[in-house]
Design a binder for this molecule. Structure first.
Ligand SMILES: [Zn+2]
Length: 257
């Protein structure tokens, strides 16, 4: 079978892959992946994603500053803008709000969020959102700043109510390795009932490796494990999940077959 899995969120340019990145990518293609969204989290990694994508057309780069790096906006604004202006990116992000430690301060994170939103509006691109202890706040913010095009709540772990609020705002929901964790019963119940045309799968590699690899360095090929868990919840086959989520990923990121 020709693979049609898409890992919609992977940091393949991360230091964690410095030694064996090519091999990790080769393993992903072998596992049946068709595409990987290489998500930037600052100017340097966004540029690296772009460079890697020029060598490997199955990689699709994004440009953004992670909310935990939001305090660097002043220093990186120009670099991010000029990267974005190349027109080579499929999305803006990851951005979002992370209130877990309240560091950087919320005001700095919101300023960076607005910067990404304006960039997405100028470029007519989807947004990638990181959401941590901030769901109500972020959903309210998106209510006041409608998505210029589409958007995705990556590594979704919210409640049913939050899921539907997000769907009503036009967001896709990115489901990752947490779905396979033993203690994620509540999440599995929510995901089981989600509208299938609005779900994408992801790894967030090198983080959040799915069972049976939990605790190891995650890699894009392992998105298949999350896909299998999704197939069980949806009472269908992994192949069906792969094809379905591929269509969703393409629609979300505006990628033509
Ligand atoms: Zn990420």
């Amino acid at each position: 079978m020709r693979g049609c899995w898409w890992d919609t969120h992977a940091h393949v340019m991360d230091q964690a892959f410095a030694a064996d990145g090519q091999e990790v990518l080769a393993q992903a293609w072998d596992a049946g992946l068709e595409g990987i969204i290489a998500v930037g989290y600052d100017a340097a990694t966004s540029r690296q994603a772009l460079v890697m994508a020029r060598r490997e057309p199955r990689l699709y780069p994004t440009v953004g500053l992670h909310p935990q790096n939001a305090h660097q906006l002043t220093d990186q604004r120009e670099a991010l803008e000029s990267l974005a202006a190349t027109g080579s990116f499929v999305a803006v992000g990851e951005t979002g709000l992370d209130f877990h430690y309240d560091d950087p301060p919320r005001e700095a994170q919101e300023e960076a969020l607005l910067f990404h939103w304006e960039l997405a509006r100028q470029l007519d691109l989807p947004l990638i959102f990181h959401v941590r202890d901030s769901a109500a706040h972020l959903l309210d913010w998106i209510g006041r700043h409608p998505l210029p095009r589409a958007g995705v709540w990556h590594a979704f772990t919210g409640t049913r109510e939050e899921a539907w609020a997000a769907l009503n705002l036009g967001l896709y929901l990115g489901v990752g390795g947490i779905l396979t964790f033993k203690n994620a019963r509540d999440l599995r119940e929510v995901v089981a009932d989600l509208p299938r045309e609005r779900v994408v799968v992801e790894t967030d590699a090198p983080y959040l490796a799915p069972v049976p690899h939990r605790g190891k360095r995650n890699q894009p090929g392992w998105v298949v494990e999350t896909g299998k868990a999704l197939a069980a919840l949806w009472d269908t086959t992994p192949e069906e999940v792969a094809c379905l989520t591929r269509e969703n990923a393409r629609a979300l990121f505006g990628i033509r077959p």
